[in-house]
Design a protein around this ligand. Structure first.
Ligand code: DGL
Length: 253
């Protein structure tokens, strides 16, 4: 089957569903083909070249299915492969997601801001450049969170291991940090636990901005759906229905 009036979205797993949620709110009439690359997850612990190749293969797969636009709903894949994908598909709408550091710095000048993301995202030149540009305006603290995405993928958001891992990574900033940037699309699913540990804090997530940008782009290219029925198709590279059922459940949560 071809998915010509669909928007293609991919992530290494369920994380992109946090972006999908925002897209559905703003563009409820659009049909979606969501692809979770469970077989190759996690991306964040892989070398950049590998993440780039895997991400490009996902883009090839979704464009091969005919999607009219692509959303890279993964910070790690965006930093590693967005330029590569845009180069290969110059006439297509290709959007990515990056840690929303700028609005956090604007709201919290001179304060401590945590930037939680995968090791991969934080290591890359693109992110380092962003940090350097903004470092005089606030105290940006990069927190790599290996293992956190894996716990989210275990499907139990009440798992005490999530709290324990978060305590280990961000516990020392309780009462000190004023803002936290969720720089991995898996982390909004544990936002409640992050707030529990850090107390009064502003949380920044780039997903809504991506959804708005997508709406703008579709309108500009005259590609907004006119179909009366929006379809939602979930696929995962591990080809397990349990995996795609999980994605669906998290969308409805
Ligand atoms: N959800 C992804 C992100 O936004 C990456 C998780 C992973 O595969 O390590 O960075």
């Amino acid at each position: 089957m071809m998915y010509t009036d669909y928007i293609g979205i991919f992530d290494s797993g369920v994380g992109g569903v946090s972006v999908l949620k925002e897209i559905v709110k703003i563009l409820p009439q659009e049909s979606i083909l969501y692809f979770g690359d469970a077989k190759n997850a996690p991306y964040g612990d892989r070398p950049q070249e590998e993440i780039a190749q895997i991400s490009l293969a996902n883009a090839d797969y979704l464009f091969g299915k005919g999607v009219k636009a692509l959303v890279i709903a993964c910070n790690t894949a965006t930093s590693s492969a967005a330029d590569l994908i845009r180069k290969k598909y110059p006439d297509k709408i290709v959007l990515g997601i990056e840690p929303a550091i700028k609005p956090a710095v604007e709201d919290h000048p001179g304060e401590d801001i945590l930037v939680m993301a995968t090791t991969g995202t934080l290591k890359l030149g693109k992110f380092q450049k962003h940090m350097n540009e903004l470092k005089d305006q606030a105290n940006l603290i990069a927190i790599p969170c290996p293992g956190l995405m894996d716990l989210v993928e275990q499907e139990d958001m009440q798992n005490p291991a999530i709290h324990e891992l978060l305590e280990q990574y961000i516990g020392e900033y309780r009462g000190r940090a004023k803002a936290v940037v969720l720089g991995c699309t898996h982390y909004p699913f544990v936002e409640r636990q992050i707030r529990e540990i850090l107390g009064e804090i502003d949380v920044y997530n780039g997903a809504e901005g991506v959804a708005r940008e997508l709406a703008r782009n579709l309108e500009e290219h005259d590609l907004l759906s006119i179909s009366p029925r929006a379809e939602m198709v979930f696929e995962s590279s591990d080809e397990r229905t349990e995996t795609t059922d999980f994605y669906r459940r998290m969308l409805e949560l």
